[in-house]
Design a protein around this ligand. Structure first.
Ligand code: ATP
Ligand code: MG
Length: 309
């Protein structure tokens, strides 16, 4: 299975290019395309109405739009349940108050998105390709960065938890027989729910990080022949470098005769930073701007070689 994220500045054509690539790939492969953008238009591109369930477009092409608000709500609810279960002994603290604030916490959307991507990849392994049409750059970089950020936090939390268990052990030894089965707090690593959960989370995020950085995963950057798009593409490339995430191809989209000099310039600048990464130019298509059912298929440039193994 191959996983491909299409990223780029707002409006450059991520949805269009990912949809065209999905459609082309589906001639020879089983393909799922998922829109992660809160402002979906995957359904509009294929002229069908979608929701957060998989929609069968053809025998080999399936479409899905993620409901980010619902995901965030569900994510928070799951985490709250886990917290309440893990910290049963803290019932004297009013956790409900704490949770009502938590829903405004920055990062919830990113975690919800990442969790949903991980679930889709795990559950849909029968597809040859899963294509993700991503939201604008900022949010995308943030959720792609999350595994590494989270691992850093979890490793520190594991250290702190171990220190707590050591202190508990000391107290337990001092108190000796005074502890009853009801009041005793776990002091062994294997008995401690919180530490077990931290270790499990660490494993999951390590696995996800390895997957994102590995051969299964590709990131395709879409840009346009203009300076703003070039600047944002360069920022995105630095971000991907920092995170050691694999940029595999660049698509220079909506090139017209008038913008071909600018396209040369933009492509040269991008090539300078990324020796060996293919840059595919896609012309501006009049049909794409019209209301026609076959409009998507007017991008006849072959996109499959960008994404095929
Ligand atoms: N090669 C092309 N020729 C002509 N029009 C195009 C081309 N590619 C995309 N478009 C048009 O540009 C507009 C933006 O495209 P699209 O929605 O795919 O961009 P996006 O990057 O997904 O935008 P957003 O960041 O809002 O999600 C759409 O109207 C689309 O039809
Ligand atoms: Mg889009």
């Amino acid at each position: 299975m191959k996983i491909i994220f299409f990223t780029g500045k707002g409006g450059v054509g991520k949805s269009t290019i990912s949809a065209a690539a999905a459609w082309q790939l589906s001639h020879n492969h089983r393909v799922l395309i998922v829109s992660l953008d809160p402002a979906h238009n995957l359904g509009d591109v294929f002229n069908v109405s979608l929701n957060d369930k998989k929609h069968k477009y053809s025998d080999t092409l399936f479409l899905q739009e993620i409901d980010l608000q619902k995901l965030s709500r569900d994510y928070l609810k799951r985490e709250i349940d886990v917290l309440s279960g893990t910290y049963r002994y803290l019932q004297t603290l009013n956790l409900d108050n704490y949770f009502s604030v938590l829903k405004y916490s920055p990062g919830i959307e990113e975690y919800a998105l990442l969790t949903s991507i991980e679930t889709i990849i795990r559950q849909e392994s029968a597809f040859d390709f899963i294509l993700f049409d991503t939201p604008p750059t900022g949010l995308t970089l943030r959720f792609l960065a999350l595994p590494r950020v989270t691992i850093t936090w979890i490793e520190r939390l594991i250290q702190i938890r171990r220190m707590i268990l050591e202190k508990r052990y000391t107290i337990h030894r001092l108190r000796g027989n005074l502890d009853s089965a009801e009041t005793i707090l776990s002091y062994r690593e294997d008995d401690d729910d919180a530490l077990r959960r931290l270790k499990k989370l660490n494993e999951n995020y390590q696995r996800l990080n390895i997957m994102l950085q590995g051969d299964t995963c590709s990131i395709i950057l879409v840009c346009n022949p203009d300076l703003l798009s070039l600047k944002e593409s360069q920022r995105l490339m630095s971000g991907l470098d920092d995170l050691k995430l694999p940029l595999r191809a660049i698509v220079d989209n909506k090139v017209t005769e008038e913008s071909s000099d600018m396209a040369e310039y933009v492509e040269k600048q991008l090539r300078n930073r990324t020796a060996g990464i293919p840059v595919q130019r896609i012309r501006f298509s009049q049909a794409l701007t019209e209301k026609r059912n076959d409009r998507l298929f007017d991008i006849e440039e072959d996109l499959t070689h960008l994404v095929s193994p």
